[in-house]
Design a protein around this ligand. Structure first.
Ligand SMILES: NC(=O)c1ccc[n+]([C@@H]2O[C@H](COP(=O)([O-])OP(=O)(O)OC[C@H]3O[C@@H](n4cnc5c(N)ncnc54)[C@H](OP(=O)(O)O)[C@@H]3O)[C@@H](O)[C@H]2O)c1
Length: 209
């Protein structure tokens, strides 16, 4: 299985390193192919880098590590995504990171699914700060990843990826539950950035009885 990571920012580079470190075949895609190629070289282990279209073409699973505002441009650049699994990690936050640009009756994940109707969009990892991607940053309690999707096999693929990279995958129902997961991601940003807890925090669902 080849995984394309689109974006070379905090999350893109973090996921590329994490996945390559877990022996996954990773292809990095970016607007600037040279930037992706340089990051791939730094990571090594057979990681490749290039343009967004090339990465999308080579991959079975595409992790979109760009902001919600850049979804349309990114999906257009990726070309035909029919049958591919797309992982949406986004929190569609406002510029000040304190609110959400959309919600209640839709979500960034559903917007992404509309942009790529032939693909299988899976919401996951939006409640994980980039600082918690390295395995060595997660040594205390198990860190949960909430996984929501309409396509069960696609959900299983992403849940398995989460498990293989040391997270605890939590089945979070259909893709429309991204409407609830994105506000949880926003609350996590409030805890991390505005309430003084730092970026080592992540939400967990506790079964108390
Ligand atoms: N940071 C976190 O802790 C965190 C946690 C959970 C979820 N997320 C989500 O992860 C996604 C990426 O966040 P990030 O922190 O990795 O962001 P970032 O560091 O700002 O990186 C964003 C990436 O988007 C790319 N991009 C594609 N089209 C673009 C355009 N038109 N304009 C500007 N940049 C464009 C950039 O590409 P170039 O390399 O070509 O500039 C860059 O690699 C967001 O959806 C965010 O909500 C982030």
């Amino acid at each position: 299985m080849t995984i394309a990571v689109i974006g070379t920012g905090n999350m893109g580079s973090g996921f590329a390193k994490l996945l390559a470190g877990a022996s996954e075949k990773v292809v990095i895609g970016a607007r600037d192919a040279a930037k992706a190629s340089q990051l791939a070289q730094e990571i090594g282990g057979g990681t490749e880098g290039g343009g967004i279209a090339a990465a999308g073409r080579l991959a079975d699973v595409i992790l979109v590590a760009v902001w919600y505002q850049h979804f349309a441009e990114t999906i257009r650049a990726a070309g035909d995504l029919s049958g591919k699994v797309i992982i949406d990690i986004s929190n569609p936050v406002t510029e000040d990171f304190k609110g959400l640009r959309l919600g209640h009756t839709t979500s960034a994940a559903e917007a992404l699914q509309k942009l790529a109707p032939q693909a299988k969009v899976v919401k996951a990892f939006n409640t994980i700060f980039a600082q918690l991607l390295p395995t060595e940053a997660r040594t205390g309690v198990p860190v949960q990843v909430f996984v929501a999707a309409d396509d069960e096999p696609a959900k299983a693929v992403v849940s398995s990826l989460a498990t293989r990279t040391g997270f605890q995958a939590v089945d979070s129902g259909p893709l429309s539950n991204a409407r609830f997961l994105e506000p949880v991601g926003a609350l996590n940003i409030h805890f991390g950035f505005f309430l003084g807890q730092g970026t080592g925090v992540a939400p967990a669902w506790v079964k108390a009885a």
